[in-house]
Design a protein around this ligand. Structure first.
Ligand code: BEZ
Ligand code: FE
Length: 305
């Protein structure tokens, strides 16, 4: 059968029907992307289309399975709002967020920069600005004390002053403040600024590990895969300063029983650290965060309110 001449000239041929084979179909689909003007977008779409077609052919995807997958994506969207970002959770449980972080930090890692870790769904906008040495845990927060003594450095070991350091963590009960009606607003969250020696510090409590939210489609997927749903105890950090690439990372408690079984694959390399215990029973974490020179970026905030 002859097709009408497609007026945009984007198809593989302007007069021939596409032969009914997967290979010819892929050629036609790739042809339809030829005129995408943004070269990076074209590169991404070309690869996505190739891999998507290869994937469907490899597993011999059925129509019913395609419908189920599309329904899953729709439900990921519906489960996402200002209170919860199911899309980020999906990228996390697939290991995609960790992979993209490693790709982005390739040069920095080769030069001794701090390993990145995913931001996850619980960073809030407008975390309270606090002075160095402040306590970020409200008086009613249970658990052992933790003192964090941090320093932000360049790859060649020079202190970086005036860096914005965002931190947030779960309570010893394993919940973030926004998930837990028992905690005060913005408990265990803060924004600090490094001093002239690149230092920041705060008092808190030792965090606990927790289960990722499983009340949405990501939870269904984890159950179908019969996967563990726990994250090891950790503290989140994002460091932002002009002239350096933004570092989003986490420091994990190496003594947590789930230290080597993180459901979102974030606990990599030297990010697993031992919290040192002081004679009074409280803990201490000494931390150096090393940034690569580059362009600062403010990451997308999953909880804008
Ligand atoms: C988090 O670390 O806050 C987190 C990351 C991925 C999924 C759920 C929580
Ligand atoms: Fe977390």
């Amino acid at each position: 059968m002859k097709l009408e001449n497609p007026s945009d000239g984007s198809g593989p041929s302007d007069r021939e029907a596409i032969p009914a084979t997967p290979e010819a179909l892929l050629a036609a689909v790739l042809g339809s992307n030829q005129r995408t003007s943004d070269p990076r977008l074209k590169q991404i779409l070309d690869a996505l289309l190739r891999h998507l077609h290869e994937f469907a052919s490899e597993v011999q995807l059925s129509y019913a399975e395609l419908e189920r997958g599309l329904d899953f994506l729709v439900r990921i969207g519906k489960a996402t709002g200002p209170e919860k970002h199911e899309g980020i959770l999906l990228a996390d449980i697939l290991g995609l967020a960790t992979l993209v972080g490693l790709i982005d930090a390739k040069k920095s890692l080769a030069a001794g920069g701090t390993e990145p870790a995913l931001i996850g769904p619980f960073w809030r906008a407008n975390q309270p600005i606090r002075p160095n040495g402040a306590t970020i845990a409200s008086a009613s927060t249970p658990g052992a004390g933790l003192f964090v003594d941090g320093q932000v450095l360049s790859l060649d070991g020079k202190p970086i002053a005036n860096a914005r350091v965002e931190t947030w963590q779960a309570s010893p009960g394993g919940l973030y403040e926004n998930q837990d009606p028992e905690q005060e607003e913005m408990n265990l969250r803060a924004r600090f600024q490094t001093d002239e020696n690149g230092r920041f510090s705060f008092h808190s409590v030792r965090p606990a590990g927790y289960a990722v939210p499983v009340d949405g489609p990501c939870g269904e997927l984890l159950a179908l895969q019969r996967r563990d749903i726990m994250r090891p105890a950790h503290l989140h950090f994002i460091v932002m300063v002009e002239g350096y690439k933004t570092l989003a990372t986490q420091i994990f408690d190496a003594d947590d029983p789930n230290a080597y079984r993180d459901v979102v694959f974030g606990a990599v390399g030297s990010l697993l650290q031992r919290f040192q215990q002081d004679p009074d029973g409280s803990y201490r974490l000494n931390l150096q965060l090393r940034l690569e020179p580059g362009t600062m970026r403010i990451p997308m905030c999953p909880l804008p309110n």
